[in-house]
Design a protein around this ligand. Sequence first.
Ligand code: NAP
Length: 355
Amino acid sequence: MANSGNKRIPVAVLGATGSVGQRFIELLTDHPWFEVAEVVASDRNVGKPYREAAAWRLSADMPESVASLPMLDYSADLQSPLVFSALPGEVAEEIEQRMAREGRALFTNTSFHRMDDDVPLLIAEVNPDHAKVIEVQRKNRGWSGFIAANSNCSAMHLVLALKPLQDAFGIDAVSVVTLQAVSGAGYPGVPSLDMIDNVIPFISTEEEKMVIESKKMLGRLDGATFVPANMVMTAHCNRVPVRDGHTECASVRLGSNPEIEEVIAVFENFRARPQELKLPSAPERPIVVRRENNRPQPVLDRDTERGMASVVGRVRPCELLGLKFVVLGHNTIRGAAGASILNAELFHAEGLLPV
Ligand code: NAP
């Protein structure tokens, strides 16, 4: 599995026909380091060209370079050393573990391995140091490859916004209410008759994931053990009739009592390892602050920084916890495929890919 010279690294996309899989295909087109070489989905589609297997639902055209690739199923002997997974959680375990055992670097969006003690749950700007745990994982499991995960799409945008606050002021408590887009449930997702003219105040296991995943990412890696962030946190998660882009209303009790302008400056000045390394998918500004009192909005703001930024607005005092704001971000770009690709770029730049 060696990669020589400037040749792009061949990658496989698992679940390539789904909502997140299609984003992978779109975002990897013309990528400077990675090239889609293999597309994998269920055995329903095996042997068909990608153009026939995928009901393409993105506004950009399906890339020609991928359209004619034959669909593989999970038993195929893949050649790619780098694999992105957008599988349903219930089928991920065996397939993802096999990929890592076979020596591949596997970056997953599924929830199955996120909370494992030896799996990094990464946001490249937030906890790049957690990547080190892959050495523990390899040792524990006897793998030459590894699994690195990214979080639930709502936790991703919340944690991106919380990280600079945690660094600057400390965080004691967080309460968040989410308004989550329909594409977050995959395709076809929630039936249209349940969704139009409606809000559904329940997304299975989402509230639990928001809390445990956020605490893991904002926590620290102490040798071989993750120590979750010491904060009280609660989440209400709602599905709303928006196509793409999760909106989240957060109230936070900080460890000190800064002025609102100081908080805004902390958001706006946030830069981290991906920006230092100028990674190809890194947004110039991971957090963009809107000062208008009616922003951010999904339709206007989800594509900020090519969908890779979290957009914060309505930063103001909270009567209950001290500070409140709204954060919005694209759920299938920064919330899923884009975040995985950025993690893989970070690993590549840091010399952690087995290629
Ligand atoms: P999706 O639209 O339902 O796509 C699922 C993909 O998995 C399709 O390519 C499908 O292939 C394949 N698949 C379905 N059943 C399978 C089976 N039994 N065996 C093998 N492959 C199967 O789902 P999605 O929204 O893209 O989500 C993919 C993963 O990303 C999930 O784990 C989800 O939790 C996670 N995620 C999603 C989002 C989001 O905003 N949507 C954000 C973060 C994380 P066929 O076309 O051949 O059926």
